[in-house]
Each structure stands twice: as C-alpha cells, then as structure tokens.
Design a protein around this ligand. Structure first.
Ligand code: IPE
Ligand code: IPE
Ligand code: MG
Length: 256
C-alpha cells in the first residue's frame, strides 16, 4: 500500500524536474555589508554558492543552468568593484574549469565579450573549447549580458541577412528572431530564481523568460544552499504550466 503511494509520486516529481534553470545571483554586497566586510568578500563567498548549485543540478539531472554573473549595466559600479569582479572571474575560471570538465559540465559564455581584456577572453574561449564535448550539464554564464543587447544583436544579424539578399523582410517572424538569440539551441528556462529579495528581471533573458516560472527568495546569494535550491524546485513542482491553455485542458493532456 505504502509503495503504491510512493511510486506514482516519485515518477511525477521526476518528470517535473526543470530542464533549464536560470538564476540572478543577487545579494553579495548586502551579505558582506551585514558582516562589515568589503563587498568583494560577498562576491568571493558567492562563488561557493555557485559550486553548490552546480552540484545540485548534476545530482538532479538538470540539463542547463544559466547564471547571471555580470550585467551590461554593472559597468556603472565603482571602478574598483568592477576591477575586483574581473579579477575574481579570472581567478575562478583558472581554478574551477578542470573540475567542471571532470564532472561533465559544458561551459558557455553569453554576452558581449568585446569589452573584456584579452586574458579574460582567451580564458573564456579555452574553457568553452576544453568542455565542449561534455554532456551532463550545460553551464551558461552571462557576462556583460543584457536581454536588450541580445535582442539588438539578433535584429542586427537578421538585417544583415536581408541586406545580403538571403532573407526577405517578410520572413522575419518570432521564430526567425528567436533563432538568432544567444542560447537559441538550448531549451528555454523552465524555472527562474532570483535571490536577494528584489522582484525584478534587471535586463536578464527578456525574450527567453516569456513562459518561465518565476521564483524569488529573500536569501542573499552567498546563503543560497542546497536546501534553498530544493525549496525552489519544490515550488516549481507544484505549478501548473498552462502556456495559454485552460487548466482543464492541461489536466486532460497530462493524463492522456
Ligand atoms: C550580485 O550581487 C552580484 C553582481 C551583480 C555582480 P550584488 O553585488 O548586486 O549584491 P547587492 O545587491 O549589492 O547586495
Ligand atoms: C543583476 O543584479 C545582475 C547580476 C546579478 C549579475 P543587480 O544587483 O545588478 O540588479 P539591480 O541593479 O538591483 O536591478
Ligand atoms: Mg544587486
């Protein structure tokens, strides 16, 4: 009897594991401020939370994890903080890529790389090349990324194809535009998580989040642990994704 109850539940929970989780890792500065530490220490502590969430994704069989590490607006921060973030980025790549590779993680970077120095750009290229064959988890890091930038670069590419005569203006529909976006080859995010208490998108994956389930937590990013990630997954499990249909229609197609 007990077993009969357990098995269908376990199956449906397994089916509902999100394929793609996208996170805004916010609250590092406040975590440090609360401890009278420099903001930089919050960013350093945040790297540990990244490690934990990557491990959880590998354990849970989540296919894609996209992390917002530095937005196109974060250049507005004090020069010293931006510099320290770049140093931490370099240091973290140098330290973590081999381990990620061993664990079957494929790395991708999205955003405008032109703004970064040569050293950082070559580290990103090398990490992508080294891990390109891995297939356990795709870890997408958004750096100097903005959803508006992504849409603008997609529009520019379409315009270039029209100018070359490869495409006519009439061919431009939402699918054509969607195909030119940064992570068009990956499933759209099923679950979005933002830590740090703010309930906003901050120019993250504007197009890709159209039908993503949104989850906000007051926890600051360095405090985000495996239990907190499980809470977010549980919240996701409980949601009915209707994509414009009625609840009855969804139930009927689920039981079919
Ligand atoms: C997120 O934490 C990390 C980055 C934006 C790079 P913040 O640095 O925004 O932390 P708060 O929001 O100031 O606490
Ligand atoms: C969003 O956080 C960007 C990243 C986490 C990288 P911010 O802290 O920059 O967002 P706002 O400025 O509060 O909207
Ligand atoms: Mg913030």
């Amino acid at each position: 009897m007990a077993q009969e109850n357990v098995q269908p539940e376990a199956r449906s929970a397994e089916q509902r594991v999100p394929r793609h989780v996208a996170i805004i890792m916010d609250g590092n500065g406040r975590w440090a401020n609360a401890r009278s530490l420099p903001r930089y220490m919050g960013h350093r502590e945040g790297v540990k939370a990244v490690r934990r969430v990557v491990e959880s994704c590998l354990d849970q069989g989540i296919e894609t994890l996209t992390l917002f590490a530095f937005s196109s607006e974060n250049w507005r921060r004090p020069k010293t903080e931006v510099g320290l973030l770049m140093d931490l980025f370099v240091h973290t790549l140098q330290k973590e890529v081999n381990r990620l590779d061993r664990n079957g993680v494929r790395m991708r970077f999205i955003g405008d790389r032109e703004a970064f120095n040569e050293k950082l750009r070559s580290l990103m290229d090398a990490a992508e090349a080294q891990t390109a064959h891995n297939d356990k988890l795709t870890l997408v890091i958004a750096v100097n990324y903005g959803g508006r930038w992504d849409l603008a670069q997609a529009a520019r590419r379409l315009a270039e194809r029209v100018a070359q005569g490869e495409l006519s203006a009439q061919d431009i529909d939402s699918e054509a535009l969607g195909r030119e976006l940064c992570i068009a080859d990956l499933p759209e995010p099923d679950l979005f998580i933002r830590t740090g208490g703010e309930q906003r998108i901050s120019n993250y994956l504007l197009w890709q989040l159209a039908y993503t389930e949104l989850y906000f937590t007051d926890l600051l990013w360095p405090d985000f642990d495996k239990a907190a990630f499980d809470d977010a997954l549980r919240s996701f499990h409980g949601r009915q994704r209707r994509f414009g249909r009625t609840g009855d229609q969804v139930e009927q197609s689920d039981s079919a």
